[in-house]
Design a protein around this ligand. Sequence first.
Ligand SMILES: [Zn+2]
Ligand SMILES: [Zn+2]
Length: 336
Amino acid sequence: MCGPIDGGASTTVYRSRPTDLEFDVITLADDIHVLRARSTHWPSPSNVVVIEDGDGLTLLDCGFGTEEARDGLDRALRTLGYEIGAVHTVVVTHPHLDHAGGIGLLPERVRVLGPTGLGETVADAVASAELIFPTAVRALAPERADLEIVEHFRTDCGVLDGPVEVTALVPGEDVNIGRTSWQVVLTPGHADGMYSYVESNLGIVVCSDVLVARGTSIPWYAPGGGGTRGYLGGLGRLAELDLQLAIPGHGGMIYGADNCSAAIIKTSERIERRTDAVMRALDAGPLSFAELEAEIYPQRVYDVIPWAASVLATHLLEGIEDGALHRHDDVFSTTA
Ligand SMILES: [Zn+2]
Ligand SMILES: [Zn+2]
């Protein structure tokens, strides 16, 4: 089962099980590895960074929270000579379940570090769904208002049984792991309070879902996630750093300073172009939400993840807030 199905007169129930939970192992240094998720097609787990030290393993992000996902992670760790019980610390970028769900399946003694609120969100299916497809989007998009995704996140992605204790990190602090030291950099937009982690000596950024990634909807954002201005601000912070390697949450790694810079610029431009595209379309006359969706993604993206609509909603709400757009009934227009 994949994608939305008709759930009856009043709801469209979205269910989709991951079909590939395997990772390819890429070794960057004796003690640093990337588990690259083979699939980038939703629902697929995030890439996982593995750092060895004398006590075992630290993971940066850890994939979904289902038993099957844990087995996939365990198989990948075994190719490095470890099993999942060797994990003593997990550092999380943001509370989306493809990155953070796995914290519920690790040994209880595992220390979890990440953004504030993470430990509660990953144990709450309704809150997890609200991050992805907020009530504010339903209010703007009448044809998507009945979309039901809570069960998808609860069952297919693996919501935790209960809250997990998380040590909240703050921007600018350093997280020391083995011989490495990762600076916490605030990069909101994709998710509120989201962090990227930067190892300055090695020039590595674990940028999760911040930078544009081929074969995904990224840059993706939703109302409440920090907005396009928050997103661009975070990209500006990354642009100031001396980066040699960006490890994204999905897809292949970005090697070299020039390619890292290009990815940051491309992501910024993609966001700004969407604002322009929506405004240009509305300059020609009033349009409905459904008509405007084509300005952001091709239809096949909405077929796989109907919450791609959250991106358009972000732009429309910002336009309304700025006074550049207004909404009358279910139609949007420019105020000029
Ligand atoms: Zn992701
Ligand atoms: Zn995400």
